[in-house]
Design a protein around this ligand. Structure first.
Ligand code: G6P
Length: 616
């Protein structure tokens, strides 16, 4: 979703802003812009354009702006269509005050009406332009500094914001503030600061960052350093964190797309999620986030899992494992539905919030609700220092490293790995999982990274299969048990990046509707690895075959019976059925990837999608 970048210091800000915007492209956006102020020239130079960062650069042409304070933005349209006028930055005070904004100002209509009554004229449809005019209005009304005006204006605002402001009258200042929308400050050399909506634009300049908290305003001065105050004007002492991310992690490293790189990173990312938590020699799992709050887990009457998108699919896998291993009832909820339906939350509930970005607005709101009602909230996040990771009572990072491709791949398998460890640990501690089964599962889990590596060797073959389905218009993904969420995830991957309509279903549910869609054109992808109900799956496959559907079957290595039925068979290394999703999802990721590439789609930045959905 929208991206923010900003700089103040001794360097020229334009190249830093452009590089930062390119780093943020992965978040998904439809227009881009920059504003730069220069101590030697009066006024602010603004360039903004619908389209990609490259369109912005073409628009700038040889009129490259220069100046030591600047802000840049990639916009994902909420209020008003994507066009040049609605693109950020927005201005007030006759172009001498410029602002970029992520989030949504919910009371913008009433603010706009009262500002119009006071003579303010608006050129765009955005809530952002209303906010910068409100700041101008407050400043002239209170006859105060721009910093005071920002603090006062933000008190009148309802909704979410991460903002950055430059002022032509104060060219040595960069102001930033946030509420429910992420903002990171990079602390460079003396009196040099970078800001961004996530750490990716900052990492190449400095590992030292400050995560701004809600309702805090940071004032960065080119000579006088940084001060942070809250809206009540209390000074906050910032805590400086060190980023562990490496620059290589956010570059393609020889792969054509980030998505492919991230699919290939899975043997390592799964290993990183296991590392330090599982000790095979001692047959033990240690997770400090659970051990430290064991009383809450031990007495939990129910586990609620809250997530969106791919993370919700990981939650569905966890439901099977937690109920099986730990014998605690589990409900998996879409965060957006959960938060608005007056849910029953009890103090003896444990809530697991799963989020790659740790910033998804609905998931964040849902955990706040659960915390308010006394539940213990545990986060499974990938982005270190993210809002969800900081607001949960405890948690475990997935350690998958930065995921740049919009379609989630390595984060999904890392989430399942961590959730599997949780289910195993809780199951063992509660005495529902026999030592024998526990030990066997540890051995199997430990072998997963190598088995993923083996699967990746089938990439060329999967590309060949993809060629046969490149022109499909629909696809059906079917699976049972833990492989049902994998079917959902396979379908989601295909529709996200190739724009082919795809649905995932539990195999047996096919007879209650989707079977009507099956004809000679319809690809049906069965996740049919060996499990207790394999025979039932084979019957479902027969039913598709009888109706002429084009079958692709994912089977356990060595399986012979499905070769006769399916047009294509993809063999998956054998494992315990509980761990199958960590393997079966990989060929489905590759299949979607190759189909999308063949169709000429923008794999890493699919249309309309955002990596991190920071608005409701
Ligand atoms: C967006 C992303 C998905 C992701 C979902 C939830 O839709 O495009 O890849 O699964 O948000 O995001 P989260 O960061 O909370 O896992």
């Amino acid at each position: 979703m929208c991206g923010i970048v900003g700089y103040i210091g001794d360097k020229d800000s334009f190249p830093i802003l452009i590089k930062g915007l390119q780093r943020l492209e992965y978040r998904g956006y439809d227009s881009a812009g920059v504003a730069i102020s220069n101590v030697d020239e009066d006024g602010i130079q603004i360039f903004k354009k619908k389209g990609k960062v490259q369109d912005l650069l073409d628009h700038v042409g040889d009129k490259t702006p220069s100046g030591t304070a600047g802000i840049g933005h990639t916009r994902w349209a909420t209020h008003g269509p994507p066009n040049d006028v609605n693109a950020h930055p927005h201005t007030a005070r006759l172009g001498r005050l410029a602002m970029i904004h992520n989030g949504i100002i919910e009371n913008y209509e009433s603010l706009r009406t009262s500002l119009e009554a006071n003579g303010h004229a608006f050129v765009s449809d955005t809530d952002t332009e209303v906010l910068i005019h409100l700041i101008e209005e407050v400043q002239s009304r209170a006859d105060c500094s721009i910093v005071d005006a920002v603090q006062l204006a933000l008190k009148e605002v309802e909704g979410a914001y991460a903002i950055a402001i430059i002022d032509a009258s104060e060219p040595d200042l960069l102001i930033a503030a946030r509420k429910s929308s992420p903002l990171v400050i990079g602390v460079g050399k003396e009196n040099e600061y970078y800001i961004a909506s996530d750490a990716t634009p900052i990492i190449e300049y400095t590992p030292n960052v400050i995560y701004l908290d809600d309702e805090e305003v940071a004032v960065m001065h080119r000579h006088n350093g940084l001060t942070i105050r809250n809206l009540e004007n209390t000074e906050i002492t910032p805590e400086i964190h060190e980023l562990e991310m490496q620059i290589e992690a956010i570059e393609k490293g020889g792969f054509d797309h980030f998505m492919l790189k991230e699919i290939y990173e899975q043997p390592n990312s799964i290993l990183d999620s296991i590392r330090g938590r599982m000790n095979l020699q001692r047959s033990e799992i240690k997770m400090s986030g659970i051990d430290a709050h064991w009383d809450r887990w031990e007495n939990a009457q129910r586990i609620l899992i809250i997530a969106c998108g791919t993370s919700w699919h990981a939650g569905l896998v966890a439901e099977y494992l937690l109920e099986d291993f730990a014998r605690i009832p589990v409900e998996v909820e879409y965060a957006s539905e959960f938060r608005y339906r007056n849910p029953i939350i009890r103090p003896d509930d444990v809530v697991i919030a799963i989020s790659q970005s740790g910033e998804t607005a609905d998931t964040l709101a849902a955990i706040r609700l659960a915390k308010d009602q006394g539940a213990h909230v545990f986060g499974v996040c990938n982005v270190v220092g993210s809002s969800i990771s900081r607001e949960t009572d405890s948690g475990s990072y997935t350690h998958a490293g930065p995921e740049i491709g919009v379609a989630s791949t390595k984060a999904f398998t890392a989430q399942i790995t961590v959730l599997t460890l949780i289910a195993l640990l809780v199951g063992k501690k509660k005495g529902h999982l026999s030592t024998q089964r526990f030990n066997r599962l540890l051995v199997e889990l430990n072998a997963i990274p190598e088995k993923v590596q083996t699967l990746l060797k089938q990439d060329d073959r999967i590309r060949e299969i993809a060629k046969r389905f490149e022109h499909s218009t629909n696809a059906l993904y079917l699976g049972r048990g833990v492989n049902f969420p994998v079917a959902l995830e396979g379908a989601l991957k295909l529709k996200e990046i190739s724009y082919i309509h795809a649905e995932g279903y539990p195999s047996a549910e096919m007879k209650h509707g989707p079977i009507a869609l099956i004809d000679e054109e319809m690809p049906v992808i069965f996740v049919a690895t060996a499990d207790d109900i394999y025979d039932k799956t084979v019957s479902n496959i027969q039913e598709v075959k009888a109706r002429g559907g084009r079958l692709i079957a994912l089977v356990s290595a060595g399986n012979k019976d499905l070769k006769k039925l399916a047009e294509f068979v993809i063999e998956v290394p054998k494992t315990d059925q509980a761990l199958a999703p960590l393997l079966t999802v990989v060929p489905l990721q590759l299949l979607s990837y190759h189909i999308a590439v063949m169709r000429g789609c923008n794999v890493d930045q699919p249309r309309n999608l955002a990596k991190s959905v920071t608005v409701e």
